[in-house]
Ligand binder design. Structure first.
Ligand SMILES: [Zn+2]
Length: 306
């Protein structure tokens, strides 16, 4: 049988490795902007419905058939307005971020693509489309991975990593390794540090992502920017304190159609100002964290707990 991910309830246990972050940093923080708008399921692209995930939309509860024009426009807010607001928040402060990039979305917005390409932010492929990879056949998924890389390479630059919408299929990691050219993948939520796996004889670096440190919280449980700011600040403060003994990394996920709304960007500004006021914080691109890990903790013939 082909390789599939195994359960690992142990991870690093009580004594995780020292990541030796640059300049003795106590924590590495990586902001991720998910660029999805334009690649989501839609009537026009053949799915037969309008995606309203992570918006104020409520199509399903209203029984709307066909195009949901309200839902479409809530997505369009992300690429038309939210994108530029989030870009300014980082660029005005001289801070880096990582773009989880859905390929078709950038094909449909050349101006955004050019801005990302010029920014120096790193690219992690978020799929050819913002769809559920676990619903694809193996052949379809292989095709989507190839299409995504080809497209992103021409619009924003070659992706250094891979991350599916929500979750991978049992085949994804193997197909990502088979494709080659990726420094890491982020299809995992179970740790605060990167780790190695062996996939059909080849090393694969996994850099875990987070749906807890994520503005997706606004879509179900939160309404006020102070709530989100405080959740992110608390997570940072705990990891920062632990970082005196055991440094970790923190991923913070952002969506243009959520955090890009002004009342929520306010909480992001507060968070960025707070992080910039602390000493010993490495705010880094995801590819830099991955490359640092590969250099300081190289693959040594087997992965974690293999
Ligand atoms: Zn996403």
């Amino acid at each position: 049988m082909s390789w599939q991910p195994k359960r690992d309830f142990l991870g690093y246990g009580a004594n995780p490795p020292d990541p030796k972050w640059p300049n003795g940093a106590r924590i590495a923080v990586n902001f991720v902007m998910n660029y999805e708008e334009g690649s989501e399921p839609s009537v026009q692209d053949g799915e037969g419905y309008t995606e309203t995930g992570l918006t104020e939309g409520t199509t399903s509860s209203m029984g709307l058939k066909g195009r949901d024009l309200a839902g479409e426009s809530m997505f369009e807010y992300g690429s038309r307005a939210g994108f530029w607001r989030l870009m300014r928040a980082f660029q005005e402060r001289g801070l880096p971020m990582t773009v989880f990039a859905c390929a078709l979305a950038f094909e449909r917005n050349a101006e955004s693509a050019a801005a990302v390409k010029a920014s120096g932010f790193d690219i992690c492929s978020h799929g050819w489309r913002w769809i559920k990879h676990f619903d694809l056949t193996e052949a379809e998924e292989r095709d989507h991975i190839q299409k995504a890389v080809k497209s992103l390479t021409s619009t924003v630059g070659a992706p250094a990593g891979w991350y599916c919408r929500y979750g991978p299929s049992v085949n994804t990691r193997r197909l990502v390794v088979e494709h080659g050219g990726f420094t890491y993948d982020s299809d995992y939520y179970g740790d605060d540090l990167p780790f190695w796996q062996t996939v059909e004889g080849k090393p694969q670096l996994v850099v875990p992502y987070s749906l807890a440190n994520n503005d997706g919280k606004y879509a179900n449980t939160m309404s006020h920017s102070d709530q989100w700011f405080n959740l992110m600040k608390d997570a940072f403060d705990v990891l920062y304190r632990e970082g005196a003994q055991q440094p970790k990394m923190m991923s913070i996920g952002m969506h243009m159609r959520i955090l890009g709304h002004p009342g929520r960007t306010a909480g992001l500004w507060r968070l960025l100002d707070y992080l910039q006021s602390q000493k010993g914080v490495w705010i880094a691109r995801r590819v830099d964290i991955a490359k640092h890990w590969a250099a300081t903790h190289p693959y040594a013939g087997k992965g974690l707990n293999e």
